[in-house]
Design a protein. Structure first.
Lengths: 847, 98
């Protein structure tokens, strides 16, 4: 059998590797990706394994690389993709070089960063000082200018009646007050802007209103050196008197993390200081620029290689991690590994091992030894770029056990087809197919781009699914005769209208009877007749009946196919009992109930309908067609509804009632077979074995060699059989309820198809039809103006526009001022209605 | 560049929308021109026609008018395509030179 049908055959192999060659060999196997190693020291914890040191060193390297990457990202330097091939795992001795490189880079970067941070802090302080000097200058200018309210306030606060405000605290400073009166103490500093209100209130309360705070905002944001965020700050200056207040104010400032700066009192000093600050800032700027340049150079150099390094380090780490799984031989000369290998790939693996040995320069070839085992091998499905997407869809539901039939190849058809049943629209399908085709066509360049967006990766991973879904949707769109919710009339509709002219002009809606020559008595060759698009009254009803039946038919066949696949599993694993007591009852259950319903649908389609040329046989006409759903429900309930319609048969075919009863009973009989069949046979088998075993044990007991063995055996057997019962009960319930609920669930195909078609129609009506009718304005604007001008009526052209219509006949109604002027207060829409519905000649009675 | 007023994404969206609009409206214009029955519902028709010929006449003028409208709109989209294409080109060029 092909490898797509079942998962690959796996063998357990033992691998003896020489210690020197192990690294190179594992590296080669890693590049191949066909081997699954088993952990041979499961009871040794991660820290006691042999290559723990190496793994740790790799971890350390990775940390350094991550640090580098973070810094590179922060500077916004593009990281170069690895050109061409992915690098191979480096030799173990290269690890030391890599470590040294990373160490150097990291140290350099850290130093640069530290310096930059120190410089930035310095710079920040200086800028803040500059702002303080500038802003306080304003305060002091106001102060000295006199006459300002600030000054009087300050004075009032500081000198007037200190006893009242300052209380006892200030008592000791009375004598100093005289000298301080004209030059109150002050501190100046910078604080975060959002802390200002709290700060102000705190100062006021703690100092009982004896300090005076002035503040001014610094307009430009400052950079916080530690987090490099942009922060807004404010300059403040606090005036107060006395040492105690000073300590208090300083404490509060500290509490609010305000930075205080010395600020000279004399204006000349301040000016001098400002000059000094400015020159220092300029010096700092040049130094900072140089530091940044250096940092940038280092990072650009690192960015060229960082992806490469990441791959290398990860490969080394993976190799050592794998080596940790190996068993050390007693002599320490060789490593022993156990691994699962696809049987077909043994040759390539041998080759890879030989290459690894050559690379390491070892003389002893590695030994690959097949082992016999009773363990369940892992499932491995070989995929290519086309099937892998479908295989992943299957894996989303669960991984099959070893050598079971793989449903993925069938999914290639069924998944896009079921999607297409729901998405059936030629236009939408074409857009999807074009998108999918573009992704497949540009596969290599798109793959090389490595786009990180998650949504894009979902689409790109499923590009073949998208392409197939698009193509299948185009097909179902043709069947539904839907293209952007419009129909194509390729072969010519099979419906004609035979009404005379007077009926056509007066009737609101007309009916076409298939039981007459309205219908040409041969169907539209492919898909649904386009006439249904114009059938506003019952299009949805007709399409619903069709799509519901189609989805049930597809669903029942889908389920039957799935059950049939299980037959291959039973045959392959030689479970003959399962074929008789699982597969056959399961398929009978489905056939007798749901496949019979499908048959009823076909019978209904073929035996009811128009009967040309006389159209007089009522029994086979659509009038007598029974409802399949009601028939099926009645079948399950053993009920017969009396037929209300005269002249109709009660049943669809002779003997229907008896057949249906038999089918239901037979289907129900299948359930106990499914439920008890397998446990019964297993129990019988075990009993037979136990009686044999018992005899042998008795025989051996007589010899006196074994004793007490039967007791644990029987206990084990009891547990086993209950488990089988429970498992089988769950399985049966799941199958029976599942087949009922799945049949109902397949109706979702119809529901989503309906939703899609209706949404497409709504989109057409609400977007395009409106668009088309407003476009008319552009065209008719000129004709409207002309009409207005010639009539010379009072009607405004603005309203005219709404009242005119494109056809030349109705232009007459445009500006009949007589008709519209009495109702000038009414909305223009009324007039629109008038002119639309009105007769060609202008008549006042219409408005 | 002084006349660059769209970013790369906006100009790309403009290009895609314009191409779409041109294709769709040209096709719809063609369908109206060949008097597709499926589009009959979208014609701006009034009620109350005295006789069938008048109705047919109105339908036919409606078809030609709508097809002209569609083509006019397609031409408008050509203008937006030119503008957004130019913007896209400017954006592309500037990003390459950087």
């Amino acid at each position: 059998m092909g490898s797509l049908f079942r998962s690959e055959e796996m063998t357990l192999c033992q691998l003896f590797l020489q210690s020197e060659a192990a690294y190179a060999c594992v590296s080669e196997l890693g590049e191949l990706g066909l081997v699954q190693f088993r952990d041979l020291n499961p009871d040794v914890n991660a820290f006691q394994r042999k290559f723990v040191n190496e793994v740790r060193r790799c971890d350390e390297m990775e940390r350094k690389l991550r640090y580098l990457e973070k810094e590179i990202r922060r500077d916004g330097i593009p990281m170069l993709e690895i050109p061409g091939e992915v690098p191979e795992a480096p030799q173990p001795r290269e690890m030391i070089d890599l470590e040294a490189t990373f160490e150097k880079l990291e140290n350099e970067l850290r130093e640069v960063n530290q310096n930059a941070e120190a410089l930035k802090r310095n710079y920040l302080e200086l800028t803040e000082l500059k702002h303080i000097l500038r802003k306080t200058q304003v305060f002091f200018d106001e102060h000295e200018g006199g006459a300002s309210t600030t000054e009087s306030m300050t004075r009032a606060l500081i000198s007037d009646d200190p006893n009242k405000h300052m209380g006892q605290v200030q008592l000791g400073f009375r004598d100093k007050q005289e000298s301080l009166e004209f030059l109150p103490c002050f501190v100046a500093g910078v604080i975060l802007r959002e802390r200002i209100p709290a700060f102000e209130r705190m100062l006021w309360r703690a100092c009982r209103g004896n300090v005076f705070l002035r503040q001014a905002e610094i307009d430009t944001p400052l950079e916080d050196p530690s987090s490099s965020d942009q922060v807004y700050k404010s300059v403040f200056i606090i005036f107060f008197q006395g040492d105690q207040l000073k300590t208090r104010v300083k404490k509060i400032c500290e509490g609010f993390r305000a930075t205080l700066y010395p600020c000279p009192e004399a204006p000349a000093d301040r000016r001098e200081m400002a000059m000094g600050v400015m020159t220092r800032i300029e010096d700092l700027n040049t130094v900072l620029g140089q530091t940044q340049d250096h940092r940038h150079r280092v990072l650009v150099a690192a960015a060229k290689n960082i992806k490469n390094w990441f791959v290398k380090v990860r490969k080394i780490k993976a190799i050592y991690h794998t080596l940790n799984l190996f068993n050390l031989d007693v002599t320490q000369k060789c490593l022993i590994a156990e691994c699962w290998v696809p049987a077909l790939d043994l040759e390539t693996i041998q080759l890879a091992l030989r290459r690894g040995t050559e690379r390491s320069g070892s003389s002893v070839p590695p030994i690959l030894n097949r082992m016999e085992t009773l363990e369940d091998p892992p499932t491995y499905n070989r995929t290519n770029k086309f099937t892998s997407a479908f295989q992943n869809l299957i894996y989303a539901y669960g991984v099959a056990t070893y050598r079971e039939v793989n449903p993925a190849p069938y999914t290639i058809i069924t998944f896009p087809f079921l999607f297409a049943v729901m998405f059936g629209d030629l236009g939408h399908g074409a857009i999807m197919a074009v998108f999918g085709f573009w992704m497949c066509y540009k596969e290599k360049p798109l793959q090389a781009k490595k786009i990180d967006s998650e949504i894009w990766n979902i689409f790109f991973g499923g590009r073949y699914i998208v392409l197939l879904m698009g193509l299948f949707s185009m097909y179902t769109g043709l069947i539904y005769n839907d293209i952007f919710s419009k129909s194509l009339n390729i072969f010519g509709s099979s419906w004609r209208q035979n009404y005379n002219e007077s009926t056509l002009t007066t009737a609101k809606s007309l009916q076409l009877n298939p039981d007459s020559m309205d219908y040409l008595q041969h169907p539209y060759p492919f898909g649904i007749d386009p006439v249904w698009q114009l059938a506003e009254a019952n299009k949805i009803i007709f399409m619903n009946a069709y799509k519901m039946k189609i989805s049930i038919i597809i669903g029942v066949f889908h389920m039957l196919f799935g059950v049939c696949l299980s037959l291959w599993n039973h045959l392959y694993f030689k479970r003959r009992i399962s074929v008789y007591v699982e597969f056959i009852p399961q398929i009978l259950f489905l056939l007798l109930l749901f496949f019979y319903m499908v048959l009823l649908m076909f019978i209904k389609w073929t035996s009811y309908g128009p009967s040309p040329p006389n159209f007089d046989d009522v029994r086979t006409s659509g009038y007598c067609a029974p409802s399949i759903l009601i028939t099926f429900i009645n079948m399950m309930l053993f009920k017969t509804d009396p037929n209300m319609r005269t002249d109709c048969d009660d049943t669809m075919f002779a003997g229907q009632m008896g057949l249906q009863k038999f089918f239901v009973i037979a289907a129900l009989m299948c359930v106990p077979v499914m439920l008890f069949g397998k446990p019964y046979f297993i129990m019988k088998e075990q009993k037979a074995r136990a009686s044999q075993g018992h005899q042998s044990i008795e025989a051996s007991a007589e010899n006196g060699t074994a004793g007490g063995a039967p007791v644990p055996a029987s206990a084990h057997h009891d547990e086993d059989i209950t488990e089988v019962f429970i498992h089988q009960a769950i399985h049966t319930i799941e199958y029976v309820l599942g087949s009922v609920s799945h049949t109902a669930s397949y109706l979702r195909l119809w529901a989503l198809s309906l939703a899609h078609a209706q949404l497409a129609e709504v989109a057409w009506n609400m977007l395009l039809r409106k668009g088309i009718s407003t476009l008319i304005i552009i065209h008719t604007l000129s004709t409207c103006r002309a009409a207005c001008r010639t009539r010379r009526r009072t009607c405004a052209c603005g309203r005219c526009r709404w009242r005119t219509r494109s056809s030349p006949r109705s232009r007459g109604t445009c500006c009949s001022g007589k008709a519209c002027s009495p109702r000038a207060t009414r909305a223009a829409s009324t007039c629109t209605w008038c002119s639309r519905a009105g007769p060609p000649s202008p008549s006042p009675s219409w408005c | 560049m002084a006349c660059k007023f769209c970013g790369p994404k906006l100009s790309l969206v403009g290009v895609v929308l314009s191409v779409w609009g041109i294709i769709q409206l040209t096709l719809m214009g063609v369908f109206y021109a060949i008097k597709s029955v499926a589009l009959l519902e979208d014609l701006p028709l009034g009620g109350g026609h005295a006789d069938i010929n008048e109705f047919i006449g109105e339908v036919e003028t409606g078809y030609t008018q709508n097809s002209h409208n569609c083509w006019i709109a397609a031409l408008l989209y050509v203008i937006t395509l030119v503008i957004s294409g130019h913007q896209f080109w400017l954006n592309n060029r500037s990003s390459v030179s950087m």
